[in-house]
Design a protein around this ligand. Structure first.
Ligand code: FES
Length: 123
């Protein structure tokens, strides 16, 4: 079953919604289920000043993306790149094994958003 933290982030997702003026956008699809996620980032002085997400995904995908926005905000880009899907699952007090693949979306989406930002900066 889901932990209390997963249910909390599922019912009250943090930082959900589109960011119109994002500096970087990461879009990922989950090959295992076909679900989709967008991560939007705003960067200032090499730090994640703001981060938001949108997902057409399951409850675990909503909870993991909500959690990763809280974990990544304020971090430098290099620090944010070190957040793994296991870190996110641990911060949520675990996910049911059958739902572990759902946490790929959040971690991969954040990585892609940072890559997109760096590409736009010509780095
Ligand atoms: Fe698709 Fe969870 S079942 S992300």
């Amino acid at each position: 079953m889901y932990s209390a933290k997963v249910l909390d982030h599922f019912r009250n997702p943090r930082n959900m919604g589109e960011m119109k003026d994002a500096d970087g956008i990461g879009k990922v699809g989950n090959p295992e289920c076909g679900d989709i996620m967008y991560i939007y980032i705003k960067v200032k002085d090499d730090r994640l000043e703001d981060i938001r997400f949108q997902t057409l995904g399951c409850g675990a995908a909503i909870a993991t993306s909500s959690m990763i926005t809280e974990m990544a905000r304020g971090k430098t880009l290099d620090e944010a790149l070190k957040i793994t899907k296991k870190d996110v699952a641990d911060a949520l007090d675990g996910l049911p094994p059958i739902k572990m693949h759902c946490s790929n979306l959040a971690a991969d989406g954040l990585r892609k958003a940072i890559e997109d930002y760096r590409k736009k900066q010509g780095k």
